[in-house]
Write a protein that binds this ligand. Sequence first.
Ligand code: ZN
Length: 406
Amino acid sequence: MHTSPPAGQHTVRRHNCALVLRAIAASPGISRAGVAARTGLAKATVSSLTERLTTAGLVAPTGPQSRAGRGRRGTGLTLSPNGPHGLGLEIGVDYIAAGLADPQGELHAHRVRHGDNRPRSARQVLALAARAVRTALRDAGERGVPVGGVAVAVPGLVDSGTGLLRTAPNLGWQEIDLVRSLRERTELGTLPIATGNEADFAAAAEFLSGGAEGPRDFLHVSGEVGIGAGIIIDGTVFRGVHGHAGEIGHLCVDPAGPPCRCGAPGCLERLAGQEQILQDAGIDGGAAEQAMRLLLRRLEAADRRAVAAVETAGRWLGTGLASVINAVDVPAIVLGGTYATLQPWLEPPLRAELDRRVISAAWSPITVLRSRLGSEAAVRGAAAAAVQAILDDPEPYVATREQGTG
Ligand SMILES: [Zn+2]
């Protein structure tokens, strides 16, 4: 049994543990003396903390090793590639995806199970989601890596405080406790489970994939059945007070327009979403993936009806996004999901609306970029968020490992 140290001491240790891991993550190969210099901590404190982080599997030595090499003086330190992985789960409208992110945020064992979730009950979909989690846990076991946390991406409003899914209009879901549901159906035990909007996770993944060269402030807009958007300000997702910001799909672009699944008329996603584009292009029925492939073939063959359908969507999208940019002043738009695929046809009419409607466009032109992540953005972002939560605050994970082995 461990006895807890006094709260103050525990808080300091937790803070220092995070400080040391951050220094190692920022400078792979850094020495203990380097960590001490960088953090301002005493060398003895750094040694004891790196020992704990190494034992917990978060940190590994670099460079030549003797058999008893661990902890040798002068050995460089790095994040262990076999350290805790994040398990990302995405419950989409017409698929369920899961994957594992390593401590560098790279996605592994990405699996997608296609199938329309709308005719299924929430209970059925959650059972499929639990199955995807169990498969991902098995994948982690086969790779010999531990799972340190889980994050679930959903196409709906998630309360940042409680993690409750309030509504997912395209799934017809209301008030779902995703965390409890997954705990009941899987062997996740006490692993931390975070929940969030899929578009926010996708936007975060887009920021990470851009690296130092990518934009730090942008609007990530992804078209699937719904339209998801995430607002990135200075490299961080802007979530709003309750975590509900970025519901751009339900921006009204035509008050006299057709009814949206949310109940209101003329929402952007009703007019510029994937289903409307396919319908306008004269492609109906069948699996979404096949329909999109057919649309792309027709666009490449300059089929007039297909081109007109995408151009109409581009105009509505530009109309909606211009309002968002007028409100929040971000200099770039990244097109993700289906919109990334349709970008060559979508962008010209979209840009024309931006030029016409963004009041500051003459002085601060808007850059339109295409995401390189494709449909895996949200699950990649969720998995990376789960692992980043451990890197930001490693003490709970380290303590769990110590209890598990001690
Ligand atoms: Zn709506």
